[in-house]
Design a protein around this ligand. Structure first.
Ligand code: ADP
Length: 255
């Protein structure tokens, strides 16, 4: 019964989410169509064409983010935890991460020399990394650096988590940072400081939910005008890591 209740609450949340996203998505499509129309009319003015192409591209990107969020939300129902190395997932995703960050932001990867496998769903880890990279990018409009690192942590006596070994994967940016209120509320569903259509406020909430389900937790440190570090802890496993397919991950299709 408890499970059925959770399921129905989830369906209700999905309903609200779909209504909100459809509305946002319609606005996004309007912006894309508008940009194309303007380009067609101003075909012979290169400056205008460039400007409207940029606007159209940005709108299309917002649309991709919305569908990716929806995908992540629906996927969160059938997660498949398996032993994986964080390093494998991030390496397979590195090209896509670099493209997402753009030329103004450097991506630095620092992996633990003796990595331990964790129990996690590879698609969820991909979504998580992309979401955190997009957040970092949005916080660094003038460029900067995103450092993704992994480290082994031993947790003991933490009321939130079982004692044991965890892999910590940290996303540290040199961006705007968060004020106190934003930091406090960042993981709440639908909390966003981004303009309508750009932020859904679901990224961190989604990450927190799936990481807690996997027996881990998420911690955020942030200093205004200096940057933000999001640390995700996932429990280690004794099982041998399964290989991650190389090439464009499944999630890339949604972005
Ligand atoms: P969204 O990105 O759609 O707003 P999130 O749940 O991912 O939703 O983030 C919620 C809010 O947390 C963001 O709107 C932003 O204010 C803040 N935030 C998240 N990541 C960062 C970051 N790396 N630097 C600064 N602020 C951040």
């Amino acid at each position: 019964a408890q499970e059925a209740l959770l399921q129905s609450q989830k369906m209700e949340a999905v309903g609200q989410l779909v209504a909100g996203l459809s509305h946002d998505f319609n606005n996004v499509l309007g912006a894309v169509v508008g940009a194309f129309e303007l380009i067609r009319r101003r075909m012979h003015e290169p400056d205008k064409v460039r400007h409207f192409s940029e606007a159209g591209l940005q709108a299309a990107e917002r649309g991709s983010r919305l569908t990716a969020q929806l995908l992540a939300f629906s996927r969160s129902q059938d997660i498949q935890l398996q032993p994986i190395l964080m390093r494998d997932v991030i390496e397979a995703l590195a090209d896509l991460l670099r493209r997402t960050l753009g030329p103004m932001i450097a991506l630095e990867l620092r992996f633990d020399p003796s990595p331990a496998p964790v129990m996690a769903d590879p698609t969820q880890v991909e979504m998580m990394a992309l979401n955190l990279a997009i957040n970092a990018r949005d916080a660094m409009p003038d460029g900067g650096r995103l450092t993704i690192s992994t480290a082994l942590r031993t947790i003991a006596g933490d009321p939130e988590m079982r004692d044991g070994d965890y892999v910590e994967i940290a996303f540290a940016d040199t961006g705007t940072g968060m004020d106190e209120m934003t930091l406090r509320r960042a993981m709440e569903p639908f909390f966003t400081t981004k303009p309508v259509g750009k932020g859904t406020g679901l990224g961190l909430a989604q990450i927190y939910g799936s990481v807690r389900q996997a027996g881990g937790t998420v911690r955020i440190d942030s200093v205004l005008a200096q940057g933000t570090e999001v640390r995700v802890l996932l429990p280690c496993t004794d099982r041998a890591p399964m290989p991650i397919e190389q090439g464009e991950p499944e999630v890339a299709a949604a972005l």
